[in-house]
Design a protein around this ligand. Sequence first.
Ligand code: SAM
Length: 283
Amino acid sequence: MTIHQTAPGLAGYLDSIHLCDCIEGMQQLPDASIDIIVTSPPYNIGKPYNSHNDTMPRDEYLAWMGRVAAEARRILKDEGSFFLNVGGKPSDQWIPYDVLARFREHYELQNVIHWVKSVAIEKADIGAYDGITKDVAVGHYQPVNSRRYLSQCHEHLFHFTKNGGVPLDKLGVGVKYQDKSNIGRWKQADRDLRDRGNVWFIPYRTIRTSRPHPASFPEKLPEMCIRLHGFDEKTVVCDPFMGIGSTALAAITLNTRYIGYEIDPAYRECACERIRERLEYQK
Ligand SMILES: C[S@@+](CC[C@H](N)C(=O)[O-])C[C@H]1O[C@@H](n2cnc3c(N)ncnc32)[C@H](O)[C@@H]1O
């Protein structure tokens, strides 16, 4: 397992969500000091954020994403991982690919993960599986009212590294074998876990109250990214667009350190409240 060393000069910034622009915030951090970056930036699709204008001219938006990529690269360790969640909208499918092109100037694209929010599986397609006795449709998505466009049931999760060769803890997000006779059959199959691959089904939780944020991701998403990279208690996870704190909560669950930035005071306050509750619960 990789042993992470906390970089000198980080101490004053750890385990906080800083109320500021993320580029200005990251500029204060030392070079090569962060192990894992997990984030979801605004997609520029007109989401009603409190403070951020999500309808920037496209060129301006992509230039901004390029600046975020460059500053994030500076603070990322050479063996670090940057997981970027980005989606589009039915009428503008290019967004993730345009952002990807800006990141290409700074990173190797080591993996592309598909975050699946909803999926339908017909019983006839899967044959005899224990417990699956009928067609299955699971997860949530926002249905699109259109004859042209399909509803968006997945988003991209790009895994960038500096050199394309960062070893991962694949079994950290492994899945149990369906057929237990596979355990012990190969050298690498020494326990009841196999490689999950790059399709991750992570549904939103059903909530009955109104959402405090228009575009948060489930806490399980950053948690799986941290597990995949590998972590210990000295690992530092940074989320430049912290929103209501999902990445910080994942870091707390896994007992790693975190640093976040959020431009909106109300979202930051919501994140801090969720963190306080979680720490209280974990006592
Ligand atoms: C897609 S949301 C991230 C949500 C987060 N992943 C969560 O689960 O709560 C993007 C966030 O970036 C924030 N934001 C926009 N511009 C920013 C900037 N320049 N610096 C820091 N945060 C910013 C927005 O207020 C918004 O909360």
